[in-house]
Design a binder for this molecule. Structure first.
Ligand code: NAI
Ligand SMILES: N[C@@H](CC=O)C(=O)O
Ligand code: NA
Length: 428
């Protein structure tokens, strides 16, 4: 066997300890598949003394993660600290500058500066790989950059945040409160350090922006993603959706709309019997459509120690094999700035309005919708506490801009007791 690939790991939380455990468990198998051993040389985390259930005694310790990038005995740095500033960014930038390969799970950093990092990697002649950053264990980056590379990609969509899917499906099955289920997702190691990135749709939007770049040959444009989170989705919405044959999913869609890129990540109602509608727990699904291949579907665990470590090891083994795939599937200088598409196609919407229980209130809602050309398909008023009336409406297909105007008018009225909730109904 040839010389080992010597790696350093920056960050020893859920993912970092998973990578250590996987290398310790499967060292021989990894060496066989890579054609050379993969050896951990050094590690870094915030606290050296913290109890961890992996043995780190054989590895050098660096207090400063960026110091890993300076070590002459390191060929590849795994960055699993997270965040867009400070030690994570320093470790990645300095590693690339010092001619070290980088494998990272950090979608936030890639969504903000992926294009510049890819250029830096190419200038240094090293790999920048990030399979773990998108849809956890699902090899979706590999599918797009390699297996589907001959296709014109027409659409990418799917469920890309494990925490949100875990919350939505657990609430549905157990009736548990949102905050309790989120706390469980944190304990299970699914959630981001700041879980508002998960429930606010930001984490999934970062992933979608990364996939769009690979799929459509555009620079990563996170700010171009229209993002809505699941914070305002209630158990009532989930139950109502189920009664109508739907489930609520945080769904991302990216596609070219003429010359412009449409990217949106929002909670949607999808048919309960569809493959996306059947996703449970932390499972993610990405659907990719290409001109020659047609539709392909990828499903698997989107978060957690094992799946994320699995994705990182896939990248490390590729580097050990000498495989150099451009980070975003083509030289970074080829990527073009994305024009942003203004709106998506019209769709039907599920609306939940909390209204004062008084004469004429519903007529005013119908009038506000009607003046924007939005017609009502179904309307229902559920049993309610005295004085307030949760009103559920399903519209006929309409544009989002018109809907937002109508909802703004409805929300501004004194008989509206809470901000309306609007969930797109997507026929996936
Ligand atoms: N947990 C998951 O399921 C997944 C996580 N990711 C990404 O992987 C990365 C890490 O996530 P987790 O392991 O869940 O986070 P974590 O919070 O469990 O671990 C973070 C680690 O970074 C270390 N760290 C923090 N500040 C540091 C500093 N100044 N210097 C050195 N080390 C420092 C912490 O000590 C800790 O060991 C993030 O970018 C996250 O978005 C990606 C896919 C799945
Ligand atoms: N917090 C993320 C972790 C994986 O990317 C998620 O829940 O999907
Ligand atoms: Na992945």
């Amino acid at each position: 066997m040839t010389s080992p690939l010597r790696i350093a790991i920056a960050g020893l939380g859920t993912v970092g300890t998973g990578v250590v455990r996987m290398i310790q468990t499967h060292g021989e198998l990894i060496a066989q598949r890579a054609g050379r051993p993969v050896e951990i040389v050094a590690v870094s985390a915030r606290s050296k003394d913290k109890a961890r259930d992996v043995d780190l005694s054989a590895y050098a310790w660096e207090d400063d993660a960026a110091a890993l990038a300076q070590r002459a005995d390191v060929d590849l740095v795994v960055e699993v600290i997270g965040g867009t500033s400070g030690p994570a960014r320093d470790a990645v930038e300095q590693s690339l500058a010092n001619g070290k390969h980088v494998v990272t799970a950090n979608k936030a950093l890639l969504a903000e500066g992926g294009h510049a990092l890819a250029k830096a990697a190419e200038a240094a002649g090293v790999a920048l790989r990030f399979e773990a950053a998108v849809a956890g264990g699902i090899p979706i980056v590999k599918a797009l950059t390699e297996g589907l590379a001959g296709n014109q990609i027409t659409r990418v969509m799917g469920v890309m945040n494990g925490t949100c899917n875990y919350i939505l499906t657990t609430m549905e099955h157990t009736g548990a409160a949102y905050a309790d289920v989120l706390a469980d997702a944190q304990k299970l190691g699914y959630a981001e350090a700041d879980p508002s990135f998960d429930v606010g749709g930001i984490d999934a939007a970062q992933k979608l922006a990364i996939l769009s770049s690979i799929a459509f040959g555009t620079e990563v444009d996170f700010d171009g993603v229209k993002v809505e989170g699941i914070e305002r989705v209630s158990l009532m919405d989930i139950e109502q959706a189920a009664e109508m044959g739907y489930r609520v999913k945080l769904l991302g869609v990216a596609r070219m709309n003429g010359a412009a890129l449409e990217q949106r990540m929002q909670p949607c109602l999808v048919p309960a019997t569809s493959p996306i509608g059947q996703l449970e727990s932390v499972t993610n699904m990405v659907v990719v459509e290409g001109d020659f291949i047609g539709q392909t579907v990828y499903q698997g665990p989107g978060a957690g120690e094992g799946p994320t470590a699995s994705a990182i090891l896939g990248d490390i083994i590729d580097v050990a094999r000498g495989l150099m795939i451009p980070a975003f599937g083509q030289p970074a200088t080829n990527l073009v700035k994305a024009e942003r598409a203004e709106t998506g196609l019209g769709a039907a919407y599920y609306l939940r309005l909390t209204l004062e229980d008084a004469p004429g209130v519903l007529a005013r809602v119908a009038d506000a919708l009607g003046r924007q050309g939005i017609s009502i398909n179904q309307m229902r008023q559920n049993a309610h506490e005295a004085g307030t009336a949760p009103v559920l409406i399903v519209t006929h297909p309409c544009g989002r801009i018109a809907l937002d105007k109508a909802l703004e008018e409805i929300a501004a009225h004194k008989t509206s007791l809470d901000q309306p909730v609007a969930l797109r109904i997507e026929q996936v």
